[in-house]
Write a protein that binds this ligand. Sequence first.
Ligand code: HEC
Ligand code: HEC
Length: 326
Amino acid sequence: MFVNLLVLLIVLAITFFFGRLTVRAVKAQRMWVKILGGLGAGLLTLIVGFVAFAGARGLITSYFPGADPAPDLTVAGTPEQIARGEYLVNIACVGCHSPVGPNGRPTGEYPLSGGWNIAESEGFGFIGDMIAENLTPGGKLKDYSDGELFRALRYSIDRQGHKLGMMSFLPYRELSNEDTEAIIAYLRSLPPVPNSSPTGDNMNFLGAVMSGAGLFGEPPPPAPAIVNAPPQGVNAEYGKYVATFGECRGCHGTDMTGSPATSVSPATINPRPFVTTLTLEEFIQTMRTGVRPSGTPFSEAMPWQNASMMTDDDLAALFTYLTTEP
Ligand code: HEC
Ligand code: HEC
């Protein structure tokens, strides 16, 4: 953070310097100095000024997002909560928060000790690090109150009040209060596993400039304070909720109609036309095996493993949602 603020100060100083130079060139006696010098220095002032503006904007959004205080709550940690939390975490979190395997990607297996540098692994390491956190009580979360952990999941704000870069793009702010508390109950019940490698965000100034310039895509809308899940059932409304905790909407867009490319991620296709050609049985089979009825497997970029752990009813609700007009 301090290095980034220092870089911002330097960039501001350079903007000021070019600004002064522009004024001096314009006031110069000779015509060619006036025109060429004025234009050149003026253009440089604009460019560096824009970099300073975007960088400041990016830094403000990530370090001073204007977080509300963490709610005052205590999660009971009943066996029902822990069981529900385990179901949700197995679907939604293991794919990123498990340890890194020999191929440089998360193993998808326990413990949830984190360490996967998504930025580096997905080819945008030039913006800095974005490393999945240790979610066991062996990491930083043991010092969080239940309310602080709730705020982290609902608003993507860490204990210091900074924005969580990756988490803020995932759809968990739409999880119900009940399910968010179930996840907290389950994470608290895990055996502590220490992880000595670095975790969390470490964005550099280029990352701040790119984020301030809006190159990572539109920030998602702010979360409401109270969220209730639609009642469980095999219908489109609950299916949309399944697509939320199933992480599907994080990639395929809020309405599951596909999402455009950003400077750090490729476009994702609209899965609805394909799903509409399937029967429910074929859809379940495809999601459980990762292989389409035609025999074509999903590419590695499609984490069907999330969906493979869903109950038949949740998959049926998802199918209904995907085959109903959004
Ligand atoms: C796409 C990968 C991805 C998925 C899926 C994901 N996380 Fe994260 N998580 C991250 C990364 C990366 C960080 C580090 C901070 C950041 O960039 O957001 C993180 C940080 C966290 C933190 C740390 C908060 C803090 O204050 O530092 C918590 C808690 C967390 N995740 C919980 C979860 C839970 C619970 C789920 C499932 C519901 C989940 N995450 C799913 C990638 C992911
Ligand atoms: C990390 C991003 C990501 C997430 C999360 C994700 N998908 Fe996908 N999905 C993709 C990509 C990329 C493809 C294209 C894969 C390919 O070409 O094999 C895809 C393909 C698909 C297809 C096949 C579409 C076709 O025309 O062949 C379906 C169906 C689908 N996803 C449904 C889902 C569902 C349901 C979920 C949630 C359980 C989900 N996806 C979660 C990225 C994602």
